[in-house]
Design a protein around this ligand. Sequence first.
Ligand code: UD1
Length: 417
Amino acid sequence: MERILIEGGVRLKGEVEISGAKNAALPVLVASLLSPGRSVVRNVPRLRDIDTVKTLLSHLGARIEEIDGRTLSIDTSRITSVEAPYELVKTMRASVLVLGPLIARCKEARVSMPGGCAIGARPIDLHLMGLKRLGVDVKVEHGYVIGRADRLRGGRIYFDIPTVTGTENIMMAAVLAEGRTVIENAACEPEVVELARVLEKMGASIKGAGTSIVTVEGVRELRPFDHAIMPDRIEAGTYMVAAGITGGEIRIRNCPLRYMDAVVVKLREAGISIEEGEGCVTVKGDGPIMGTDVTTLPYPGFPTDMQAQFMALMSLSKGTSVITETVFENRFMHVSELKRMGADIRIEGHSAIVRGVERLSGAPVMATDLRASASLVIAGLAAEGITEISRVYHLDRGYERIEEKFSALGAKIKRLT
Ligand code: UD1
């Protein structure tokens, strides 16, 4: 199995370019199912999750061509299957995003029920409730969700928790429904707005994306699109934390700073300098790291996808910080691994109390989920000695060429195959 080996203690220096956002690319690629014809998606990151969605779309009958490394052409003229099989849904829960578009285009979808995952139960009840409100007959049989609707009808949908992929799934069904759909307490994440923009390019009518009330007026048909994916705010945040924890200075190109307010405020509070320049953002960590409390929340709050990385930073801070996770029930898998590196962290309910220590020491650790793995890389970059991270495939799901990008910033990091 592949491992990543890091010799810590190098101050990062240099320039890094942020790739396209995984969480924007996934729904946008899936949206191509909504219309027959050839869509083009640019700035697609090279990630395992993207490979999984490509496999899924091909399985459904789409013909995918790589125009260049980052540009994909997806021809959805013929859909030959309406089933997302277990093997694909189990490797990537976001596969459930095909439910809405398949029902809208083919009147039917069979999607394997996702199980639990490392960060909690993660149900899809809100996706299913929303589809039912649009007139879909939903059944769960033999581990599959089967949705059928001869005609989708617009409706009012209230989410009692704002769900990102749930909002996206319903938007993709509603664009081809008859009449108006109103989603209340919709997720406001920038990736939801990106999908709405793409659906508009396809001819859909959507108002309020990026606010908690999204209104969709259904249309009869949509056309293919050409779209370049926005940069990844979580990847950018991860490099910011890495610069701060190593006391380094890096320039981040293609940084989506305007979607990163909560992260920037907290990193500045922790003593890290973040300055916007021409075409890049300079991040510098030259003083002590200050203990800073953080509570994860839906956008525009502090993203749960940055919680683990921020905890690695806080483990080397002066003082005590309280990190509270409110989005997922069990997203502290990285705590026990960080403790193996010398961090002083105690979990109390939904909070982690982090007492800053003087130093971390490199150790063999295991990646448990995508963002937990990123926090171990960050801790390893700052730790004394060697950190060996196993189960690297978690990292490859969401970070493009992570060891190459960190090497270019001076880190001593390599992949062992
Ligand atoms: C998306 C992101 C993920 C991020 C998360 C929260 C993608 C591909 N993934 O995941 O990186 O961590 O948003 O920002 O965009 N919930 C229910 N019932 C449902 C759906 C969700 O109870 O039907 C709950 C979840 O268990 C969780 C909360 O709602 O507690 C938010 O989850 P959600 O926004 O749906 O996360 P994802 O869309 O799966």
